[in-house]
Write a protein that binds this ligand. Structure first.
Ligand SMILES: Nc1nc2c(ncn2[C@@H]2O[C@H](COP(=O)(O)OP(=O)(O)OP(=O)(O)O)[C@@H](O)[C@H]2O)c(=O)[nH]1
Ligand SMILES: [Mg+2]
Length: 596
């Protein structure tokens, strides 16, 4: 088997090419530093089986970030047969040196000039035959996103594999230790084969940037944009979710219920009130998840993230962070875990730790489900979107408070450097691939955590036998009773305390476990909750859900990225304390005002 490594600078399209080659769904986005770990897959190439490895982007072979470390470590420890150097053709003048550097270090290389579509648009002319001759390396140009030139690349890869022999690891180490810089060879090749217009044309992108990054116009534009997106997710998503809930309800009444009439009572209850209610309540969120990630793909791919980073950099620096931290918060809206890993692009440990401390407060899509459900139950459709938006506000406020409080402990003086990528439109293929893979991820978590969680909740609420579900003498009743003193001042009743305990594992379980606790689903569940608690108590519950520990995966990631138990513990304790304090202040405040 042959091994091909995709190496190149950040944001050059390595993961896009990897996905096209292997049919995988590695994360792609218009943001430098998205890939942080190796991904690999096997495919037949010409007469060979080849393992393709997607790597994080690097600026320099000898660089010092965690990402560059991952690449160095990989090249030094895994024998590769071929390095495919992926270059953004519009920036060939700055990126070619990396290819020369790799070649001079002794790696068998092939140069892939990606983004041929953009190069053409900007008037960058590259004579691949001359470049090939000047470098002494095979060169091909392609557009990985749109598929142009892809078949020639496949052929070239196959042919090149015929000629290469694997490199011994000590040879690699010696080559890497020689420290080439590649500039001289690159300059010669550029002079021979590349024609760049003296000035890139003035484009509409610059005119948009003028307003998007305007110090006064930019921020309100950003807020309006976010409000629009989350209103859209709410107003489109909530009815879809209701409709799907209705379908599940019909299934239960007309199919599963009758099928189980003759089964023993406890089994019926476990299957229908436990597993079916829990899973169907969670499954009803699939359309919302899909919708949410369609919007996320649009925002990520457009290049707006980098603009947001510039726009917010001075605000963030007052909190000891930089604009990239803000973007990680936005990425955290999808899921906190990749956002935590995305901080690897930061070199300063202080900056990284401070950023990782605030990311768990960012309102991820799993928490979004809980809020959509509770908000629809307790608030009128007219104010519902604004209630949701206020939670995003609280999410930002919690991050700001935490950053300001802890900034002295995590000092950093790393300069903020980030390149503005061009605006890009996602293709339908990209949107479909992303939403599809996020939905699979969601359903995988559903089968892994939710089934176990829901069964556990059912046992807690139905044991010892002979008690009414979730009654005061069941296990859940005892736990709820024991924790009641801590949660009563927040307005949170015992049923919701149980849900919060399970929410520690994953927020996806929260609504599922409520379905089990109340033995109801869909509309009926929402009515039951609305009958039990006031809107103020519901909001207090949502505040707690938003701020306390996001989920076990996030905790595990905090631990593995920080490599410190003490830091992980601090993050846990602080978020619990902040959650409790915020809910307490809100609930007691609204009681004083006569609202609860
Ligand atoms: N116009 C154009 N855009 C492309 C092409 N290939 C990739 N892109 C876009 O370039 C951006 C970066 O793509 P990725 O595949 O995430 O890049 P990467 O090299 O893996 O980036 P890192 O993981 O950060 O190193 C995304 O917005 C892609 O849609 C292409 O051929 N043409
Ligand atoms: Mg990548």
């Amino acid at each position: 088997m042959k091994r091909i490594a995709l190496v190149g600078m950040p944001n050059t399209g390595k993961s896009t090419l990897f996905n096209r080659l292997t049919g995988s769904s590695a994360r792609v986005g218009n943001w430098p530093g998205l890939t942080v770990d190796l991904a690999s897959a096997r495919i037949p190439l010409g007469r060979h089986m080849a393992q393709i490895v997607d790597l994080p982007g690097i600026y320099d072979l000898q660089g010092l970030t965690d990402d560059e470390d991952v690449v160095q470590h990989f090249l030094r420890s895994q024998p590769v047969d071929l390095v495919a150097v992926v270059i953004n053709a519009t920036q060939i003048d700055r990126q070619l040196a990396l290819a020369v550097q790799l070649h001079d270090s002794g790696f068998p290389c092939i140069v892939l000039l990606n983004m041929a579509d953009e190069a053409e648009r900007y008037g960058v002319g590259i004579d691949t035959a001359k470049l090939q001759a000047a470098l002494g390396l095979p060169v091909a140009s392609l557009s990985a996103k749109h598929g142009r030139g892809y078949h020639q690349v496949l052929q070239l890869l196959g042919q090149t594999l015929d000629t290469v022999r694997p490199l011994a690891l000590d040879h690699v180490a010696a080559g890497l230790d020689r420290r080439q810089d590649g500039q001289e060879g690159a300059q010669a090749a550029l002079a021979a084969a590349v024609h760049r217009p003296s000035r890139l044309p003035d484009t509409w992108a610059q005119r948009i940037d003028h307003w998007v990054m305007h110090p006064w116009v930019g921020p309100p534009l950003f807020l309006a944009f976010m409000a629009l997106v989350f209103n859209a997710v709410f107003t489109l998503g909530a009815p879809l979710q209701k409709g799907l809930g209705w379908v599940f309800d019909q299934l239960r009444v007309h199919m599963f219920g009758p099928a189980l009439v003759s089964a023993p009572n406890w089994f019926r209850s476990l299957v229908l009130d436990g597993i079916f209610n829990g899973l169907s309540t969670v499954a009803a969120f699939v359309p919302v998840i899909l919708l949410f990630f369609v919007f996320m793909t649009l925002i990520e791919e457009s290049g707006y993230f980098s603009r947001a980073a510039f726009l917010t950099d001075s605000l963030m620096s007052r909190m000891g962070l930089d604009g990239r931290g803000f973007v990680m918060l936005l990425m955290g809206f999808g899921c906190n875990v990749p956002a935590l890993m995305g901080t690897r692009v930061m070199r300063s440990r202080g900056l990284r730790l401070l950023t990782m401390l605030i990311i768990p407060f960012s309102l991820c899509s799993a928490r979004l489900q809980v809020f959509l459900f509770i908000i629809a139950a307790l608030f009128s459709p007219r104010i519902a979107p604004w209630v949701l938006l206020s939670l995003y506000g609280v999410s930002f406020a919690a991050t700001f408070v935490s950053a300001v409080l802890f900034r002295q402990h995590y000092p950093s003086n790393e300069p903020f450097v980030l390149e503005l990528p061009p605006y890009r439109m996602p293709t339908l293929r990209q949107i479909a691939l992303r939403s599809w893979s996020e939905m699979q991820h969601f359903l995988r978590r559903a089968t892994k955590f939710i089934v176990i969680g829901v069964v556990l909740v059912w046992m807690l609420t139905n044991l010892p036998p002979g008690q009414p579900t979730a009654g005061p003498h069941t296990l859940a009743g005892w736990v709820g009773h024991a924790l009641h003193p801590a949660f009563a001042p927040l307005g949170i009743p015992p049923e919701l305390i149980i849900a919060l305990i399970f929410g520690f594992v994953a927020k996806e379980i929260v609504i599922g476990s409520l379905a089990v606790i109340y033995s109801l689903q869909g509309d009926a569940l929402q009515h039951a909750i609305a009958a039990q608690i006031t809107p103020a108590a519901a909001y207090s519950f949502m505040l707690f859900t938003l701020i306390y520990t996001p989920c076990l995966s996030t905790v595990a990631t905090l631990r593995s990225e920080s490599k410190s138990m003490a830091y992980t513990g601090l993050s846990l304790v602080w978020s619990l304390a902040l959650a409790w304090g915020t809910s307490l202040a809100f609930y007691q405040g609204s009681r004083l005002l006569g609202l609860a």
